[in-house]
Design a binder for this molecule. Structure first.
Ligand SMILES: [Cu+2]
Length: 533
């Protein structure tokens, strides 16, 4: 276990101030230690200030000229966009000023990426005929709005190179507004039957509770475990529960539950609509220097698989850095591609039992896929961004609305069309795993249908005969009601009660630990930040 100076000091402070809290705090710390280490790779540390500045500037900006346009015939006609890019790990801005489609009549843009000079920005613009302009601009100073991915503006002035600002040389003033990200649901719509199932309260609660029960099981005290058992919502067979994130996670078969439950879900969804798997993980944003139109197409999210911009949470730079990295080109080349190669490598796959395969995928690339493709969560009531999204046990009506498809929360993640693309990709790795075992030791893994799902018989490489899909028909729900009705649908009030049980006390532990910031579900298991002490 790594020694955390910050944790130690916080521990001392808590123990001194709150003697009654010592026991709870120690228990919290013991659970925390047992949970480590994370399966995530160590993330490199970009210069956060510049990285976040880049994140704010990269995009397509609609330019509106205010005054002086007539004095600059060299500026192309039409509705102009200012496209800004920063390459992976880059420390400079590259861009383009022109009208779509971008065929080369515009100005190439160059600028330094200087976080310490923000919100001021200086750009040099040069066209194909060698004419050049200087641009000085200032971003919208309402940084909170920027942080949350809302509307951002850039206001500035252009003048010819070699002329001095403020003198009689001509100038053109402009305002540029950043185009909002086009969400995947606009590009990849569902048929009504599938949309109805995915957004139904029953399936939202099922998906959240299924994940929450097994993700939190190892952290729950006996009282809460008993309460969940009484509702039939313990994580696996009674008394032999399989937690997903405790010390035994790679050996207890929870990874088989993970793969099986999602295959089951995929089969049902695919019975209503064709939902192809990604054949490979979609490549990151192309650098503008490789082609202006391709860059613009990526920003416009033409195929629905562009990565939405990172957002920032005030006071939680560890999270900001993690999220930035996960969404970056560096993260794609550094980690996603390494994972992709590993989970296709027969030599590696043939060493894994099915549970370890599922568990390693779940706690590593799966959580990261959720967060790479997540957009900033919005409050469905006000439409305003809220950095951490819905509270885990908040069942207000507005969260049940169809538009809530935030990938960072299992209550809504399965509503996003991207969910099916990457869960299909994960599911396809099971076949790679089977073929790898056939190659290495033929016949040791045996195919078998389970609950109507093509699966595998228990044996040397498969531990569980009946993967966990939630309570069975026989389980009894809250207030003497059955857990499933005659159609097999799960009882909604029982699920809300069970989620309440999973999450009560959690806030208290976090308060005692001094860890105030809340993180998205698929981001909360990250190691304690890149700068681990
Ligand atoms: Cu899931």
């Amino acid at each position: 276990m790594k020694f955390s100076r910050r944790g130690f000091v916080t521990g001392l402070a808590v123990a001194a101030a709150l003697p009654a809290g010592i026991y709870a705090h120690r228990r919290w710390e013991a659970a925390e230690a047992a949970e480590l280490s994370s399966d995530e790779p160590d993330t490199p540390v970009p210069v956060l200030q510049n990285a976040l500045l880049a994140n704010r500037l990269v995009g397509a900006w609609d330019v509106r000229f205010l005054a002086g346009r007539q004095d600059f015939p060299e500026i192309p006609a039409g509705e102009l966009q200012l496209l800004l890019d920063v390459g992976p790990g880059g420390r400079a801005l590259r861009g383009y000023l022109g009208a779509p489609p971008f065929a080369g009549e515009g100005f190439q843009v160059f600028g330094q990426l200087a976080g310490d000079k923000a919100p001021n920005l200086c750009l040099k613009m040069v066209d194909g005929a060698g004419r050049s302009l200087e641009c000085s601009a200032i971003f919208d100073e309402v940084w909170d709005v920027w942080n949350a991915g809302g509307n951002a503006t850039l206001s500035g002035r252009l003048r010819r190179s070699g002329t001095q600002a403020g003198l009689s040389a001509p100038e053109v003033t402009f305002v540029a507004i950043r185009r909002p990200f086009v969400p995947a649901c606009e590009r990849l719509p569902y048929v009504p039957e599938l949309a109805a199932w995915l957004t139904s309260p029953g399936h939202r609660l099922f998906h959240q509770l299924w994940h929450a029960s097994r993700d939190r099981w190892h952290r729950l005290d006996d009282d809460r475990r008993q309460a969940l058992r009484a509702l039939g919502w313990q994580a696996g067979p009674l008394g032999k529960e399989r937690d997903a994130r405790g010390r035994q996670r790679h050996r207890n078969g929870s990874g088989e539950d993970f793969l099986f439950m999602h295959r089951h879900m995929l089969m049902r969804a695919r019975s209503m609509q064709d939902l192809p798997s990604w054949p490979s993980l979609p490549p990151p944003r192309p650098f503008i220097g490789h082609g202006v139109q391709a860059f613009a197409d990526y920003l416009a999210n033409r195929d629905g698989f562009s990565v939405p911009p990172a957002w920032e949470s005030q006071g939680d730079d560890e999270f900001n850095q993690w999220l930035y990295y996960i969404k970056s080109g560096e993260g794609y080349y550094g980690d996603f591609q390494a994972w992709e190669a590993r989970y296709r490598d027969p030599e590696y796959l043939a060493t894994l039992c099915l549970g370890e395969l599922g568990s390693r995928i779940e706690l590593g690339i799966h959580d990261w896929l959720h967060m790479r493709w997540a957009s900033v969560p919005l409050d469905p009531g006000s439409g305003l961004p809220i950095a951490y999204g819905r509270g885990s046990a908040d069942f207000s009506e507005r969260w049940f609305r169809p538009g809530n498809d935030y990938l960072g929360d299992p209550f809504s993640s399965h509503v996003s069309p991207v969910f099916w693309s990457f869960h299909g990709w994960i599911d396809d790795r099971i076949e790679d795993w089977f073929l790898a075992h056939e190659q290495a030791h033929p016949g040791q893994v045996v195919r078998k249908e389970v609950d109507g799902v093509p699966w595998f018989a228990p044996g040397h490489w498969v531990r569980v005969a009946e993967p966990w899909l939630g309570p069975t028909q026989a389980g009894c729900g809250a207030w003497g009601r059955g857990n499933r009705d005659d159609d097999g649908e799960l009882d909604i009030e029982t699920m809300k009660l069970a989620l309440g049980i999973v999450f009560t006390g959690e806030d208290e532990s976090e308060r005692l630990q001094g860890r105030v910031p809340r993180r998205p579900w698929y981001g909360r298991h990250l190691a304690r930040g890149a700068s681990r002490a």
